[in-house]
Design a protein around this ligand. Structure first.
Ligand SMILES: *Cc1c(COP(=O)(O)O)cnc(C)c1O
Length: 407
């Protein structure tokens, strides 16, 4: 291993302008990007191709929860890369076995299916729920999800996503999906029937605007699913992996799902997805019923093992909860000084600040001052710092935010 800071010696070979121009010339333009090209990071700090330093309140969309270039993850990746990058799923490999075992040991689940992204994990959840419904005679095929949800961009997962805008232009869509307003128990009561296979929910809606449901909502969802014989699926792709102060957000709700999906931070930045299930439901998948060439890839699962080991270390998650309280309290104080802020919500280090006006210009102004932050659902500033951020860095980021929000 090269000493930290030296791994990028000789890079970048392109300056920021040419990285941006080349990307804009050759990439299919599915994203609206800010004109910054990052080349290096450490903890909660990032550097761009022009050598400018930034503070990270975004974690590349809740992916690098352990920060940029975390030593233990980099070591795990390098060690694994020197042995084997990939083993096909027609054979076995140790990191895949160990990550599956760790995820089961730290959750409700008995079994794991690995894939490569969040959408694929939800696609697998939908497919497993359908097979489970067919195993009961075939009446239960419908997937119920919430308005405002986000579950991915494949045809099935964008259909499960409760936002019209992601579906525009993609009809015909797969059949068998229906939506309920989020955090509305009466609506669930009306929507779960003997033709429902599964209810799919985010414990906190991420893309929808860091929407925290009332404390009784997830418990009511569990109760109704049990009463109606419906599977409960938690999409913890964004809320999972320590983000809300526990390894999985459901732990704070007092209820367990039947299925859970993970991705984003599971391997600290290496692409991965996972579907976790109880034995009885997992039994509906057998050899040949589902698969993925790269699913459970040795490099990704080695990074996943190191990630889970760090997050379940003594004191790690308690520290995340303490940091979360610290940011939340500071944001509430900021809100009293700052008429631009309507509300503050969230758990752990998944926080949303609702603004009176659309937040795009706030995001741009923060970036210009060296703070990477995100806005979702038009008016909700989303604060997702690496879980390893320091208090002094939080203070610095919030000072930038206050400067931008104060007239
Ligand atoms: C990001 C996200 C997804 C989609 O994950 P991809 O890896 O982009 O496919 C699904 N559900 C939730 C809650 C997410 O935040």
């Amino acid at each position: 291993m090269l000493p930290r800071g030296q791994q990028y010696r000789g890079f970048p070979t392109m300056d920021a302008d040419s990285i941006i121009a080349t990307s804009d010339r050759h990439l299919i333009p599915t994203y609206a990007r800010a004109p910054v090209a990052f080349v290096r990071g450490e903890g909660a700090r990032l550097w761009d191709a022009d050598g400018r330093e930034y503070l990270d309140f975004f974690s590349c969309l809740a992916v690098v929860n352990l920060g940029h270039a975390p030593r233990a993850i980099v070591d795990a990746i390098v060690t694994q890369a020197n042995r084997l990058l990939h083993v096909s799923n027609l054979h076995y490999c140790e990191p895949q076995a160990r990550l599956a075992e760790l995820l089961c040991a730290h959750s409700f689940a008995d079994r794991v299916f690995f894939c490569n992204s969040g959408a694929e994990a939800n696609e697998a959840a939908i497919k497993l729920a359908r097979r489970w419904g067919h195993s009961l005679g075939g009446r239960r095929t419908e997937i119920v999800s919430a308005l405002g949800s986000f579950h991915g961009r494949t045809l099935a997962t964008l259909t499960a996503t409760g936002q019209e805008k992601v579906r525009v232009g993609y009809q015909p869509l797969p059949a068998g999906f229906r939506y309920v307003p989020y955090d509305d128990i009466a609506a669930l009561d009306g929507a779960l029937t003997d033709t429902t296979a599964a209810l799919m929910l985010e414990p906190i809606q991420g893309e929808g605007g860091v929407v925290v449901p009332s404390p009784e909502y997830l418990a009511a969802a569990r109760r109704l699913c049990d009463a109606r014989g419906v599977l409960l699926v938690f999409d913890e792709i964004q809320t999972g992996m320590g983000r809300t102060g526990t390894l999985f957000a459901y732990e704070q709700s007092g209820v367990e799902p039947d299925l859970m999906t993970l991705a984003k931070a599971l391997a600290s930045g290496v692409p991965i997805g996972a579907l976790l299930a109880r034995d009885d439901v997992a039994a509906c998948f057998g050899p040949g019923t589902h698969g993925s060439t790269f699913g459970g890839n040795a490099l990704a699962t080695a990074a996943g093992v190191a990630t889970v080991e760090i997050m379940t270390d003594e004191g790690f998650l308690a520290h995340v909860r303490a940091l979360g309280e610290y940011v939340f309290t500071k944001l509430q104080t900021l809100a009293t000084r700052c008429p631009a802020i309507v509300a503050v919500r969230g758990h752990g280090l998944m926080l949303g600040v609702t603004l009176r006006e659309p937040g795009a210009s706030v995001v741009d102004a923060c970036l210009a001052r060296g703070l990477v932050i995100n806005c979702t659902a038009e008016r909700v500033l989303r604060i997702l710092p690496p879980l390893v951020i320091r208090e002094a860095e939080i203070d610095r980021g919030l000072a930038i935010l206050e400067e931008v929000l104060s007239p």
